[in-house]
Design a protein around this ligand. Structure first.
Ligand code: NAD
Length: 499
């Protein structure tokens, strides 16, 4: 059984609490390892190490920093299968999806390694003669990377890699449910030759270890992915100290199905994006807005398909849908099924925990579909984060777009149509940070900006070039080589004086 300790200043260290918690396989109940319970003192030590390391790391040429990231990408690629199998055991997603999660980390490593030879700033003419002006990117300092459990490899790499290539140092606090993946990732950075203190890992609960990071005066940037409730708190605490706060929060993502859509494609794509990762993706499809002309057909097809999905251990190639992450998640999903029924939605399939045979050992819930949902119902507005799809009947594209845009979240949306006008109206008017045409709401690629509008975040974007805006700040530099005092905006520049 593996013991995951904190990693501070290049050493695997015991937590000050002396305590460890079990890491449990959500499909089987098996204990996989034991993770440190960090404390405020551990955080202080990790931040001090990151602060000290920053003084040197910021001066390491970015192409050299990038070589280490490239090496991390190579190690992830070599160990992809092994890591994916561990991930499936740790958090339940089926093996092909776990491979995809590791692949996102590999993609991000190579992409950000390339940024080491760009990190572009710009030069621009100065308004005074014999003067040079440029804008360069600077690292911010110590970054706290606080991550959820649903993409335990991808999301940490999305934060740590752009932060490091830009010259920041990091204290990483992973979710309590996924310590193993964090351990494996940090070990790979260590093996790739990252100097001590540049990346530190502290395990522990959000309320203590996370909170200590939010409040520590030497942490300059909080990069947080999690729920809206936690994100709001993070923003209040860290924002009050004028830290930079980058938030990636929840979603209530909708797919629009128009009357001219390819329904075979809709059936496949919606099943995948509603029930993949057991519905536990921030971009999962949780609302389906179906044109009345094809409504009955779509409900019937999806219900038949959902009923056939096989639940089980994600390592079994026969399994379509794995378990939920833990008992609390199971209770939350069951609660929302009750809410939907009380609100008058029609339960067409699923609706109960799945406990037959081996499933009784894990946290399984039947893929669930509600039809005849109305936009005002709670199940059409609140993030359930489980295998529950709410189907709403619409009469027009305009009505569908208004319903899509009417929730507090604005992460991902999609439209299925063969009509180019419908597609372009949707691309223009869907108020989400990500929008798909003839594809479900999941499947983002790492070189495009990732994030959402309204309560899904606070305007920043993860991944792509946008990530560099989070992890750097601009410095404007003026070099006056005129040898005299030149006052911008005050001294008049006469063309005839130019020699
Ligand atoms: P969560 O908010 O419960 O926890 C996320 C992380 O925050 C964990 O590491 C947790 O320990 C930490 N945390 C909790 N309270 C804290 C506090 N007071 N101070 C500092 N840290 C604290 O979320 P979760 O259940 O782990 O993840 C699911 C949520 O994440 C869903 O809402 C999902 O939509 C969202 N999510 C969003 C994205 C995105 O990119 N937008 C991606 C994945 C998941």
């Amino acid at each position: 059984m593996t013991v995951y300790r904190n990693y501070i200043n290049g050493r695997w260290t015991e937590p000050r609490s002396g305590r460890y918690v079990d890491n449990v396989n959500p499909a089987t109940g098996e204990v996989l390892g034991r993770a440190a319970v960090g404390t405020e003192e551990d955080v202080a030590e990790a931040v001090a190490a990151a602060k000290a390391a920053f003084a040197r790391w910021r001066k390491v040429p970015a192409p050299r920093r990038a070589e280490i990231l490239y090496r991390v990408g190579e190690l992830l690629r070599e160990r992809k299968e092994e890591l994916a199998r561990k991930m499936t055991q740790e958090m339940g997603k089926v093996l092909p999806e776990a491979r995809g999660d590791v692949q996102e980390g590999i993609d991000m490593a190579y992409y950000m390694a390339g940024e080491g030879r760009r990190l572009l700033g710009y030069t621009t003419p100065a308004e005074m003669p014999d003067k040079f002006a440029m804008a360069v990117r600077e690292p911010i300092g110590v970054v706290a990377a606080i991550t959820p459990w649903n993409f335990p490899m991808a999301i940490p790499t999305w934060k740590i890699m752009p932060a490091l290539v830009a010259g920041n140092t990091v204290v990483f606090k992973p979710a309590t449910d996924t310590p193993w993946m964090a351990y494996e990732l940090v070990r790979i950075f260590e093996e790739a030759g990252l100097p001590p203190g540049v990346l530190n890992l502290v395990y522990g609960p959000g309320e203590t270890v996370g909170e200590a990071l939010l409040r520590h005066p030497d942490v300059h940037l909080i990069s947080f992915t999690g729920s809206v409730e936690s994100g709001r708190h993070v923003n209040q605490v860290a924002g009050a100290q004028l830290k930079r706060v980058h938030l990636e929060l929840g979603g209530k993502n909708a797919v629009i199905v128009m009357d001219d859509a390819d329904l075979d494609l809709v059936e496949q794509a919606v099943t995948w994006s509603a029930f993949g990762t057991t519905g536990q993706r921030c971009t999962a499809t949780s609302r389906l807005l179906v044109h009345e002309a094809v409504y009955d057909q779509v409900v019937e097809r999806l219900a038949a398909r959902a009923a056939k999905l096989r639940l089980g251990n994600g390592l079994d190639p026969q399994t379509d849908v794995g378990p939920l992450i833990n008992g609390r998640a199971l209770e939350k999903v069951a609660y929302y099924v009750d809410v939907g029924q009380e609100e008058g939605a029609r339960l067409v399939v699923g609706g109960r925990p799945a406990t037959e045979g081996e499933l009784a050992r894990g946290f399984f819930f039947q893929p669930t579909i509600f039809a005849d949902v109305t936009p005002d119902m709670r199940i059409a507005n609140e993030e359930i984060f489980g295998p529950v799809l709410a189907i709403i009947k619409v009469r027009s594209l305009e009505e569908a777009i208004a319903i899509n845009n009417g929730v507090q979240y604005g992460l991902s949306s999609a439209i299925f149509t063969r009509d180019v006008r419908n597609a372009f109206v949707a691309m223009r008017d869907l108020a989400t940070g990500i929008c798909y045409v003839n594809h479900g709401t999941i499947g983002a690629e790492i070189h495009l900006p990732f994030g959402g509008m309204r309560a899904t975040g606070n305007g920043h974007r993860e991944a792509g070039l946008a990530a560099l805006e989070v992890y750097t700040e601009w410095k404007a530099i003026y070099v006056d080589f005129s040898g005299r005092l030149q006052r911008a905006q005050i001294d008049e520049v006469k063309i005839e004086d130019i020699g």
